[in-house]
Design a binder for this molecule. Structure first.
Ligand code: HEM
Length: 483
């Protein structure tokens, strides 16, 4: 299987570009995501860089969409930190691998906030001036209570004239989160001080003698806000979200170490190989390892028996398949946000809580790079990932407060709400709702080959249609109030 996957990777990296494809050779090119579901927003005849029609649609959406996203989030998604159930069948590695593999495939970049040479401050403005699409707090008019939101950078599909969103990274499972999606970044992540094909490591800190990721080269790193005295910037990985949470940083660190381990071993076996050959061969193996873990171990845990029905056995590389990440995938794959527990466990060599650093509240670990060198390195985190549990994804326990109230609280002017961001991003990307009537009913349900569902008359409970009493009750409450 490893050979097959290696070959896939090899073939995919030498293939010609597919339209809007996963980007292989020309790594610097941004590609747009594809629209698996129907177009919801048409590119402006004035062009996407000027004031687009979508800003008007966005405005209409906010005025007439059935519910403000924050209301939906508060009433349906919010779950107190204490009110969660552990997933007895999935370790915390399930959650982390989901995020890890997602960061290999998609990153919707923000629109630049400089429009017509004026700086638009989406952080402090409550207006729907492009590219701001603020999430308002129900019942509040204060800009300070609005959750900042910036449109994803748009792209106009030249064939369909549908407004698309850009994907800033390669869609392929090519370990771009380790090596970068652009040539220049890939080069800067390498160790150029010798000819051993190694990845660069941190010059200021080690972790019990082992390497850590290098620091990013920015004048004002976000991570500095999380501990003003430590003065430790964010780490740099192949994906710019590498320091978003501690477990994710541990994954990045492990795979950079794995690259260096492989390159060193390859050098021992092939002393005549130069640095470039060692780097490329080690990279190919790291890519293959990631593909194997994803297909063999992770996807069956996500899809259950459906995995074997939906994904036929691999029979070779098929270059007629467009590998571009679908727009809807970049939203649907956020399902994993429901599997995130509120605490970050750290365990000692005996898999007991690491005193005094056990269980940091999740919101205090976002962008907290300082906790890696100053609170025990990555081993305690990796033990926690292996031995602790993911949160069970339940319809009445969707997303913990740490994410729904306190996301990036230490680096933003208010704590953000990940559920609201997800819902608003769905509107930003113009994806039809589950029962959307535009452009035709039941888009997502038909896409998933589910039976069509019709909206019940106002006074009827959704439970008749959904069979889930708890959710039906909430939906009925929110939707009948707002329509
Ligand atoms: C502590 C863990 C995590 C945190 C703090 C986190 C946070 C975030 C944030 C802030 C965004 C951008 C929201 C927006 O503005 O639209 C995002 C996007 C996303 N997340 Fe997570 N996430 C976590 C774990 C996961 C997991 C476990 C998965 C999947 C299994 C996942 C999948 C995604 C996907 C697919 C996107 C869209 C990426 C893009 O195309 O830009 N995340 N997440």
């Amino acid at each position: 299987m490893v050979e097959d996957l290696e070959r896939t990777l090899w073939e995919s990296s030498s293939m010609s570009q597919l339209p809007g494809g996963g980007v292989s050779r020309d790594m610097s090119r941004l590609s747009s995501m594809t629209r698996g579901l129907g177009p919801q927003a048409v590119c402006s005849i004035l062009g996407v860089n000027r004031r687009p029609l979508f800003s008007f649609l966005g405005f209409l959406a906010m005025m007439f969409l059935p519910a403000q996203v924050r209301s939906v989030s508060n009433e349906i998604v919010a779950t107190s930190n204490e009110d969660i159930t552990e997933d007895q069948e999935r370790s915390l590695a399930f959650m982390h691998w989901g995020q890890w593999v997602d960061h290999d495939m998609d990153l919707a970049p923000m629109t630049q906030t400089s429009i017509d040479n004026k700086q638009v401050e989406c952080d402090t403005s409550c207006n729907y001036a492009p590219p701001c699409f603020p999430i308002k707090t129900p019942g509040s008019r204060s800009p300070a209570s609005a959750c900042p939101f910036i449109w994803t950078a748009p792209a106009c599909n030249p064939t369909t004239y549908v407004r698309e969103q850009l994907n800033a990274i390669t869609s392929y499972l090519d370990a771009s989160m380790v090596y970068g999606s652009e040539e220049a970044l890939a080069r800067s992540l390498r160790n150029h001080s010798n000819d051993l094909g190694l990845m660069a490591l941190n010059q200021d800190f080690t972790d019990h003698g082992l390497g850590l990721l290098p620091f990013e080269n920015k004048t004002k790193s976000l991570c500095l806000y999380t501990n003003k005295t430590a003065n430790i910037p964010c780490f740099q990985g192949g994906d710019k979200r590498a320091t978003e949470n501690l477990g994710l940083t541990a994954m990045h660190t492990m795979f950079v170490r794995e690259h260096n381990r492989l390159a060193t071993e390859l050098k021992r076996m092939n002393p005549h190989w130069g640095g470039e050959k060692l780097y490329q061969e080690a990279r190919k193996i790291v890519d293959a390892e990631n593909q194997v873990i994803t297909f063999r171990d992770y996807l069956p845990l996500v899809l259950g028996n459906e995995f074997y029905k939906q994904l036929p056995l691999y029979t070779g590389y098929n270059e007629s398949v467009d590998p571009t990440v679908a727009n809807v995938f970049s939203l649907a794959f956020r399902f994993g946000h429901g599997s995130i527990p509120p605490l970050v466990p750290r365990l000692d060599e005996n898999f007991k809580p690491l005193a005094p650093f056990f269980s940091a509240p999740l919101h205090l670990t976002f962008c907290a790079s300082w906790r890696i060198p100053m609170e025990g390195g990555i081993d305690p985190l990796v033990r926690g990932i292996l031995a602790d549990h993911s949160k069970l994804m339940k319809q009445n326990q969707m997303m913990v407060e740490e994410l729904q109230e306190r996301l990036f609280e230490q680096t933003e002017h208010i704590g953000l709400d990940l559920a609201s961001l997800n819902l608003q991003r769905g509107r930003d990307h113009g994806l039809p709702g589950r029962e959307s009537t535009a452009p035709s009913p039941n888009y997502q349900r038909s896409f998933c080959r589910l039976q069509r569902m019709y909206r019940p008359p106002r006074n009827q409970k959704f439970s008749k249609y959904t069979q889930i009493y708890y959710l039906s009750h909430l939906f009925t409450h929110i939707y009948t109030r707002l329509w």
